[in-house]
Design a protein around this ligand. Structure first.
Ligand SMILES: [Zn+2]
Length: 62
């Protein structure tokens, strides 16, 4: 099980202690849904979630 960042929803390794994307320590192992954003400028989901970088994200983080 990986962890997801509560701030930017980026999914990280479970051993990570900070988010490599936004550098917060606000990580959670409880999240639902995963999405790969390949083209943030052309993705409705990315816009909704305010994602500007491509990557692996969680849809919901608890
Ligand atoms: Zn983050």
């Amino acid at each position: 099980m990986s962890k997801a960042c509560r701030v930017c929803h980026s999914i990280t390794e479970k051993t990570a202690s900070i988010c490599p994307n936004c550098k917060t320590q606000d990580l959670s192992s409880e999240y639902t849904g995963e999405i790969f954003i390949l083209d943030p400028e052309d993705s409705e989901v990315a816009k909704k979630m305010k994602i500007s970088k491509k990557g692996h994200y969680a849809l919901r983080v608890r």
